[in-house]
Design a binder for this molecule. Structure first.
Ligand code: 2PG
Ligand code: MG
Length: 428
């Protein structure tokens, strides 16, 4: 049983220099902890609302002073001094206090900050590593068997770069590596080789995008796949065996009327399914996220049928870590993997419910950062505690990304756990 003595909150700046919030929580026992909250750019329309001030004279309306006021005002007033037996009691209190379906009253940023800060303070109080405490929140007594496998941004496009290509990320996954340490070293080698190849082929210094992925001025998506495979081979690795590719198509963000705009082509959904199917056959792609738009429910089952023998079919904007949307995807056979981002739903307990539901359907879970991140590293503990198959944090540059990889390395040293096999590692 833990009671909250006090909450603090302040506005801080994220990796894009945009405001976000940091929340501190002190328990009656004196245990104290703070967390900072991430923020997306390619957001799904069903995400919980991130409260911004809307004052155009300050950070172009992106200020978070209202969210700060909500933490130290109404939230603190409602929960200070109350004994909470469990995280879900605190989260239910927050949700009831907000009273809306999309957290638009208090703000999902304010609520998640409190939810996470409380969890971290309770872990301190119980003298538990945060990943162990998170594991217990998902399932009491849950056994930790493996570490999540890093998926690391190599190339960026879409809303995270200058729009050179429509799709948002091409990521590397070291599916043949047996430790996190090895996976990071292999991926780093390929990333550096890719930067060299961009210099050679395009005479360009490879500039990096919001999550540290390289953003060369290529003419086509296929040119990026070729570059990725060459970078793997030139680094001395076997594409598909040692390292493979994951895509975040982020298709919600290039919908145009009835279709999808890729370069000068306007593709109907069936054409996009076929285009992605061709990519998956031709290149060593083992995961496809948001291959279709968030509301294109009619066509997700055909995407699933086309690619699921080779790649996991991952929903981000489609699902927004929302149990109701996950249930619909299970019933319609639309996906078999959940991209889990706690700020899409706004409290730890609701995200845990989403994770349990995905597990009950036999899905894989990829725990993900946002494109706007901070130096905080709780995400790595969450990915371990909830036994995600993969952790998606952006690239292997930039401190807000490395904070998570470094934490995962520390957990690996501490636990000695193996890395979980890639869900479809039978692919040849
Ligand atoms: C995504 C995420 C992370 P954002 O689409 O998967 O890459 O981006 O945080 O901008 O939604
Ligand atoms: Mg995504």
């Amino acid at each position: 049983m833990s009671a909250i003595r006090s909450l603090t909150a302040q506005e801080i700046l994220d990796s894009r220099g945009r405001p976000t919030i940091e929340v501190g929580c002190t328990l009656e026992s004196g245990a104290t902890a703070s967390v900072s909250v991430p923020s997306g750019a390619s957001t799904g329309s069903a995400e919980a609302l991130e409260l911004r001030d809307g004052d155009p004279r300050r950070y172009r309306g992106l200020g978070c002073r209202a969210a700060v006021r909500n933490v130290v005002g109404p939230i603190a007033a409602a929960i200070a001094g109350v004994e909470f037996d469990a995280q879900r009691e605190l989260d239910a209190t927050l949700t009831a206090l907000d009273g809306t379906s999309n957290k638009s009253n208090l703000g999902a940023n304010a609520m998640l900050g409190v939810s996470l800060a409380f969890a971290r303070a309770v872990a301190v109080e119980r003298d538990l590593p945060l990943y162990r405490h998170f594991a217990g929140l998902l399932e009491p007594g849950m056994e930790l068997r493996a570490l999540p496998r890093p998926t690391i941004n190599l190339f960026s496009g879409g809303k995270h770069a200058g729009g050179q290509v429509e799709i948002q990320d091409i990521l590397l996954v070291a599916n043949g590596a047996s430790t996190v340490d090895e996976a990071l070293a292999w991926t780093w080698a390929v990333y550096q080789t890719a930067a060299d190849l961009i210099q050679e082929r395009y005479g360009e210094r490879a500039l990096s995008a919001d999550e540290g992925g390289l953003a060369p001025s290529v003419q086509s998506i296929e040119a990026l796949f070729e570059l990725a495979v060459d970078a793997i081979t030139d680094s001395g690795f076997r594409p598909g065996t040692d390292l493979s590719l994951c895509l975040d198509v982020a298709a919600s963000h290039f919908v145009s009327g009835e279709g999808y705009r890729i370069g000068s082509d306007l593709l109907f959904p069936a054409d996009l399914v076929e285009r992605i199917g061709g990519w998956v056959e031709q290149y060593p792609i083992v995961s496809v996220e948001d291959g279709l738009a968030e509301d294109d429910w009619a066509n997700w089952p055909s995407l699933f049928a086309r690619i699921s023998n080779r790649a996991i079919v991952l929903g981000d904007d489609l699902l927004t870590t929302n149990p109701a949307r996950i249930q619909r995807a299970i019933e319609t056979g639309s996906a078999n993997a959940l991209l889990l981002k706690v700020n899409q739903i706004g409290t730890l307990s609701e995200a845990a419910e989403a994770a349990r539901l995905a597990r009950s359907a036999g899905w894989a879970i990829v725990v993900s950062a946002r494109s706007g991140e901070t130096e905080d590293n709780w995400l790595s503990d969450l990915a371990v505690g909830w036994q995600g198959e993969a952790l998606k944090v952006g690239s292997i540059t930039r401190s807000e990304r490395l904070a998570k990889w470094n934490r995962l390395l520390a957990i690996e040293r501490e636990t000695g756990l193996p890395v979980t096999p890639w869900p479809n590692s039978t692919r040849s």
